[in-house]
Design a protein around this ligand. Structure first.
Ligand code: IMP
Ligand code: MG
Length: 180
């Protein structure tokens, strides 16, 4: 039997409904365009797979792998691109898919990097947004859910590389960390 973990903040049912809506909206907004859906791994893998299948227009898929090292004072220095895109996005309509936008530094850095490749358009879609935690202002065109400043795991999001496989989103509290 599945062990319940943490306090679910967004249920699987809520995610299904919201992702269906996002897929519809993105399909309408990008109809007739040349959409490349760029997923940020590892965190966005679960959301990406569901979102891509909720989009009902032909798209290209691509990914970048990013790592963040903790404990640096300069938060922008922590983001490291481990892989490059495989698609040529010049002149294409790019939608970057993130798990969560917190300070905004990761998204800002990635958007800057992608913009250099001269796509026709570039937008950001994030499953979650911690609006109150921004250090830099990034525009998130498509937001799944706005969440308060709590540490969230599951559905791709990790705590020290674990819990990504939880099928729902849960708040990690101190009690849950006792076994870490
Ligand atoms: P930012 O650069 O501060 O916006 O942070 C973005 C990255 O930090 C995300 O892509 C996540 O990998 C990670 N992150 C931020 N908040 C959380 C959280 O609540 N749970 C899990 N990962 C998080
Ligand atoms: Mg992470």
């Amino acid at each position: 039997m599945e062990r319940m973990f943490g306090k679910p903040v967004v249920t699987q049912e809520q995610m299904r409904t919201r992702i269906r809506e996002l897929g519809k909206q993105i399909s309408a907004d990008y109809a007739g365009k040349d959409l490349v859906l760029v997923g940020v791994l590892k965190g966005a893998y679960a959301f990406y797979a569901d979102l891509a299948r909720a989009i009902r227009i032909p798209i290209r898929v691509d990914f970048i792998v990013v790592t963040t090292s903790e404990g640096r004072t300069n938060r922008s220095a922590k983001v490291k691109l481990v892989t490059e895109l495989t698609e040529n996005i010049r002149g294409k309509d790019v939608l970057l898919v993130e798990d969560i936008v917190d300070s905004g530094l990761t998204a800002q850095r990635l958007l800057k990097t992608l913009a250099k490749k001269k796509p026709r358009s570039l937008n950001l879609c994030a499953l979650l947004s911690k609006q109150d935690c921004r250090i830099v202002d990034v525009h998130v065109e498509y937001v799944g859910f706005k969440v308060p400043n709590q540490y969230i795991v599951g559905y791709g999001l990790d705590y020290r590389q674990k819990y990504r496989n939880l099928p729902y989103l849960a708040v990690l509290d101190k009690k849950d960390l006792q076994n870490e």
